[in-house]
Design a protein around this ligand. Sequence first.
Ligand code: COA
Ligand code: AMP
Length: 634
Amino acid sequence: MSYAAEYQRSIEQPEQFWKEKAQALEWFQFPKTILSQDENGMDRWFADGELNTCYLALDHHVEQGRGEQAALIYDSPVTATKKTYSYRELRDEVSLFAGALKQQGVTKGDTVVIYMPMIPQAVIAMLAVARLGAIHSVVFGGFAPHELAVRIDDAKPKVVVTASCGIEIARIVSYKPLLDDALEQASHKPHACIVYQREQELATLQEGRDVDWLEAVAHAHPTDCTPVKATDPLYILYTSGTTGKPKGVVRDNGGHAVALNYSMSAIYNMQPGEVFWAASDVGWVVGHSYIVYGPLLHGCTTVVYEGKPIKTPDAGEFWRVCKEYDVKTLFAAPTAFRAIRKEDPHAELLNKEDLAGLRVIFMAGERLDPPTYEWTKAVTGKCIVDHWWQTETGWAICANPIGIEMKIAKAGSSTVPTPGFQVQVLDDRGEPLPANEQGSIALKRPLPPSCLPTIWGDIERFKSGYLNVYPGYYTSGDGGYIDEDGYVFIMGRTDDVINVAGHRLSTGEMEEVVAMHEAVAECCVIGINDELKGQLPLGMVLLKNGYEDHAEKIQDELVALVRKEIGALACFKIALVVPRLPKTRSGKILRKLLRQIASGEEFTIPSTIDDPNSIHDIQELMLEKGIVVQQMAG
Ligand code: COA
Ligand code: AMP
């Protein structure tokens, strides 16, 4: 079938289309209702269907004869460990850990926070929660205690699962003290914390609250899958919005399983039994969808890689892993390839013959800039696919659907809308724009399966942030255009969200942290272009009277404050003390203008500006401080 025919059917006959895709799964109760609306007026898929996502990801494959096939390969260059779990072994470990969670009181509908590094136990914990019909919320290990505390207070977990430590380039990150600190800060107190002790560093356990993982499973019984409704939540994943409070994106069980299973063949062209490697982290949506659920739902083998694309130990790691496990599809963020190119510009660590089994490299998480696209294509000789998606959707909104039909790629474009997604470019009034005109990218409702039905505990935030902006549409927060051939070009966020090394962060949140410092009268954080990480935050602060002589010390304190409150992953390294911030006469900081100045782009001074001289001051200061203006090519 051609892409055009498949896409057309998904839009014209959505219920028939998704019913067929749902038939690929082993439901406990196949849905009679395919698309309906819930009490909040939100579109819901498969409302009366019953299933269990863990059953589909593990037990079903064992029952179908895949028990001895590799389900998960753990490869950890930072600990010199390699281990393969067959589907049977993984099911047994998950079933036992589900028993351990049950002993701690976890039942259907409860929430469990998972704060872990990239080890198999993180995946086991996620699947065990799903097995019980409970709801997991994985928090990326790079987040600082305050961020973890905010998520704990919002998700209110019955149990938190963690590990004693994680391993970063040249340092051990002690997770347990970070969790202890977070629990001190949080108002909500979980019933128990289960701690996986790693030999690199043992954690101190708190009597009465903390339970050793091995002891917990030693006393547990294997536990079966609990049936849930398709619309019951599988997980909550927090993502950055424009304010300090992260948004708990809710993912349901049924739509998610159907869409992800479909995506494995339609987008990634994967066959059961083949190896899929998403070089991401389970703390991000890419990790949820394509380290854990997608490959396992589809009967593939997934790779859990604990390391970086460079320095663990070198820029040849991606190629080594692909060769060693005969990876068919590699999925990573463009920043990873920029890092490899920087270390090994002529790809001397890459032997093309080693990549004989690799078919495609998919990239997402940030815009794939044409130079990175061209370099990766040239050195690997592989098909490179840029695809655009968000935590909110859980799978690609636009991609080259190579499992349906391979479209000719265009550098800078994430190709065409995935079946089910009605992508439109709108102007400020919500009117569709003609081809090649840039505007806000919106998705016409209903959204296809897997997309969020709400923000955890806050339907009004979902409505006001996404649905009410343009009635009848979901607004993506991204800007871009569609060309005359229907190719979609995503050009960047239209809000205060930035992408640092493929990590989605909120400048508004950083501003809230910077403003906490007693010396700061006013501040602004913007994203500036960076050759390696795509974007980096740049802080600008106005000091209160009397603090002027301590500017340098305060700048250092602000950098340390953001690291402490948000985490090292924010990469907040520059806080410039400025004499004034350019504002409109009504007092709004001109952030877009500041971004343009910092990026060396052309700009026009808006007529509403309060003091045009403020622009000159900032420009001078940026030059003087050597804030390197890096224009990303393309
Ligand atoms: N736990 C604790 N700390 C973490 C962490 C984690 N899971 N992940 C990152 N950090 C820390 C890093 O140690 C670093 O600390 P430092 O300031 O002390 O050096 C800081 O956060 C910034 O991390 P990062 O941006 O990852 O920089 P890096 O220099 O360590 O690595 C890259 C650079 C490009 C190799 C790396 O960012 C990368 O692989 N990016 C791809 C990201 C990705 O896959 N995203 C998923 C979307 S598909
Ligand atoms: P996250 O929710 O962390 O996956 O981040 C989603 C955001 O990352 C999107 O809204 C985009 O701004 C950006 N993004 C992800 N993939 C792409 C892509 N292929 N091209 C451009 N931007 C992307």
